[in-house]
Design a protein around this ligand. Structure first.
Ligand SMILES: Nc1nc2c(ncn2[C@@H]2O[C@H](COP(=O)(O)OP(=O)(O)OP(=O)(O)O)[C@@H](O)[C@H]2O)c(=O)[nH]1
Ligand SMILES: [Mg+2]
Length: 304
């Protein structure tokens, strides 16, 4: 993971530190050195806007810089690059962990999970339920995906494995009604959280987008979590903007970070999605949902 991008940043810091040790780095020199890396970044699936963002921010930090010829300059440049990337990634760190939000928020804390087909909503809900259970919180899982064949069974298997109560509806039932049943179940049983799974939908599908609006209107969730797939790059940013306009997105979970071999796609989403990133998915097991930590991303991204 991230191997290609890692090499780019490593080469870039070497070239820049070479230039900076000789004399003060001019804007023209910076542009020239950086332009050699633009293509490689794009080839590593870094979005064009993110390449530009990196360029502008690195330029601000490095132009005019001059370093001693006697050792350590590559280290200094590397740490500048690290700082720039860190500050771009840090914007996505949420103020509070979901566990704390559930603990401190209204009871039950209602969360609707949204996203296009196959991004990992159902798997992520199971992982979140596992996390909540681990700290002694009691969620109910609600299958408001009454659309795709097998969706309810898929979630039911997870719920059984996790010993978490499960509410479902008939195929073709109104997802908003099923979601409401889940909330009522949680209220009656004094549960801590309601995790509502919804059918995957293309953001361009008007009927399904109206359906999700109805779920939100009926349930009045405390949080709307958009699930995005790290492999989808720029398209994920568009999905975020569509869902945000349609129902409002409070936070994002980015899945399949483990599957993004080049790394640029995930990096681009993390830097530009403009929403708090609650967790990242790094595999298919229940434990494979970890807190979003820019330092960990950086460690994968830059050679130590
Ligand atoms: N490698 C990897 N695979 C994941 C991750 N999260 C989910 N998946 C896989 O992605 C596939 C789709 O996951 P689902 O949870 O069914 O996706 P969904 O969004 O519910 O799909 P629909 O209900 O059809 O819209 C499954 O094979 C999951 O195991 C992750 O973090 N890493
Ligand atoms: Mg699903």
């Amino acid at each position: 993971m991230f191997n290609k991008i890692k090499k780019v940043f490593s080469d870039l810091s070497r070239k820049l530190s070479d230039a900076i040790t000789k004399k003060e780095l001019s804007e023209e020199e910076f542009e020239e050195i950086f332009s050699d890396f633009e293509i490689t970044l794009l080839e590593g699936d870094v979005a064009y806007d993110v390449v530009e963002l990196l360029k502008e921010n690195l330029k601000k930090e490095l132009v005019g810089m001059k370093l001693s010829r006697f050792g350590g300059s590559e280290e200094v440049v590397r740490s500048k690059i690290r700082d720039v990337i860190h500050s771009l990634l840090a914007k996505g760190v949420p103020d509070k962990d979901l566990i704390d939000l559930v603990r401190e928020g209204p009871k039950p804390f209602k969360i609707v999970f949204l996203g296009v087909n196959g991004v990992g909503k159902t798997t992520t809900i199971a992982k979140v339920a596992y996390r909540l259970r681990k700290v002694g919180l009691r969620p109910v899982i609600v299958a408001a995906d009454t659309f795709r064949a097998g969706a309810q069974e898929q979630l039911e298997i997870h719920a059984k494995r996790l010993s978490v109560p499960f509410i479902k509806g008939k195929y073709g039932a109104d997802p908003a009604a099923v979601a409401k049943d889940g909330v009522i179940h949680a209220e009656k049983n004094f549960l801590d959280a309601v995790l509502i799974d919804t059918a995957g939908r293309m953001h361009t599908d008007v009927d399904l987008m109206n359906e999700i609006r109805k779920v939100v209107r009926v349930v009045r969730p405390d949080m709307k979590v958009l699930v995005l797939d790290a492999l989808t790059g720029n398209d994920a940013i568009q999905q975020a903007s569509f869902f945000d306009k349609a129902v409002g997105v409070d936070a994002v979970i980015l899945t399949k970070l483990d599957a993004d071999a080049k790394g640029g796609s995930a990096l681009s989403i993390l830097m530009t999605v403009g929403k708090p990133i609650l967790y990242v998915g790094v595999g298919q097991d229940y434990e494979d949902l970890i807190k979003y930590d820019p330092n960990e991303i950086l460690n994968k991204l830059l050679e130590q």
